[in-house]
Design a protein around this ligand. Structure first.
Ligand code: GCO
Ligand code: MG
Length: 404
């Protein structure tokens, strides 16, 4: 009876950017937090939770994590999809957080304990041109990063993905209605290999380098890029082509041994099943918040382990510190860990979401606070009302709608 859920509250706040958080409270007063942020579609998840999930939670046993997951997934009849799975993830993570607090144990301990001292993370370097991107790689190396993602501007491309404007960190969701960007595949295919050629010249072979194509190439173009990048030994090439047609990855594999990562927009094990069991990828990016929580992502990770695919969780700033905290506990435990993406949250965000994870020497380390170790200052959160913002769109020069 102590574990009975007596309250579940959806908190929408915008400390620099929008976040949706679910806070569950038990009869004995233990609270748990789950991230429910879906960038550019935040209120859809808030409503799914508020209008359809919360009424089902009240009165239930917070300790029945698996059963509640099945209830919300199978029981809803309508399965999968980013909105549904993000909402379920929020409930799931909040319940794991509660379990940890009740047991007095950090989350990684509940999962099976530590498999490593810290989680290798990668930072985001970018620049308007190759030289600027290389300078940023140097800057992150000085900060201790062992792995760095690099993106640079492409001649003729307006507002290239991943490139910050001015001195601000990169933030794609910048306007109430989507910004229009222009994409040019030939220019990009020329530029990307030159970027990594320069980075290896400037920084040597020791640093791990990563790159995100962000779904913009056709399968045969992706195969060409993966082949052209081979000499620079990337840690991974991400989202080389849209992954709905999973067979297209066979084409990339046929032409190259560049390691491939996919899955930040996936939300279910069914989205990655073919890619994993056919060993068409090396890293799976689906993380806790968009993949139905710890309960479901654990299933994906175990399945991936059978096929020597490792985790490489999405960790952009649009995933809140609550997701990052939960993901880091998972990273600390999961046997087939690869890497964790890490863009810093702003001071404003960190003031609302205090947390006990910390960066040291290229890795993020979780603390030993019971649960996932991330909290919310609700009073402060209330000072930042929701500010509608959407992700950009991309078109080709002739106006054709493309993948952003
Ligand atoms: C990444 C991602 C992000 C996404 C963003 C969308 O690899 O970090 O591609 O930059 O674009 O999370 O909301
Ligand atoms: Mg990405």
């Amino acid at each position: 009876r102590d574990r009975e859920i007596v309250d579940a509250k959806v908190i929408v706040t915008c400390p620099g950017r929008n976040f949706v958080t679910l806070k569950i409270t038990t009869r004995s007063g233990v609270t748990g937090l789950g991230d429910a942020t879906l960038n550019g579609r935040e209120l859809a998840v808030a409503s799914y939770l508020q209008d359809h999930v919360v009424p089902n939670l009240i009165g239930r046993d917070a300790g029945r994590i698996e059963d509640l997951w099945q209830f919300l997934h199978r029981g809803a009849y309508w399965r999968r999809g980013p909105v549904t799975m993000t909402a379920i993830a929020a409930v799931d993570v909040a319940l794991w957080d509660i379990l940890g607090k009740m047991a007095g144990l950090p989350l990684y301990q509940l999962l099976g304990g530590r498999s490593r001292e810290g989680a290798l993370v990668y930072a985001h370097a970018n620049g308007r041109d190759i030289a600027e991107a290389s300078d940023q790689v140097g800057m992150y190396r000085e900060q201790g990063f062992l792995a760095i993602r690099a993106q640079c501007g492409v001649p003729g491309v307006k507002k290239a993905y991943g490139i910050s404007t001015g001195t601000k960190p990169y933030e794609p969701a910048e306007s109430e209605l989507p910004a229009e960007t222009i994409w040019n595949t030939p220019r990009y295919l020329e530029t990307a290999p030159r970027l990594f050629e320069q980075l290896r010249k400037d920084h040597g072979n020791e640093v791990e380098l990563l790159h995100d194509v962000h779904h913009r190439l056709t399968p045969i173009e992706a195969a060409r890029l993966a082949r052209d990048l081979e000499p620079y030994r990337l840690f991974w090439l991400e989202d080389a082509t849209p992954a709905e047609n999973q067979k297209s990855f066979e084409l990339i594999r046929k032409h190259s041994v560049t390691a491939l990562a996919v899955g930040e927009v996936f939300n279910s094990i069914w989205d990655c099943k073919h890619l994993i069991e056919n060993q068409l990828i090396d890293y799976i990016r689906t993380t806790i918040v968009h993949g139905g929580g710890i309960t479901h992502v654990r299933r994906i990770a175990d399945f991936a382990a059978l096929h020597q695919v490792r985790t490489g969780f999405h960790g952009a700033t649009d995933l809140s510190p609550v997701c990052m905290g939960a993901a880091l506990h998972f990273d600390t435990w999961v046997p087939n860990f690869g890497i964790q993406e890490y863009m810093f949250h702003s001071d404003q965000t960190n003031a609302v979401f205090s947390h006990d994870y910390a960066f040291r020497a290229g890795r993020l380390h979780v603390g030993d606070t019971p649960g996932h170790g991330v909290d919310i200052d609700e009073k402060l959160a209330a000072r930042y009302p929701y500010a509608p913002k959407q992700l950009p769109i991309a078109r080709l020069e002739d106006g054709t709608m493309w993948d952003w």
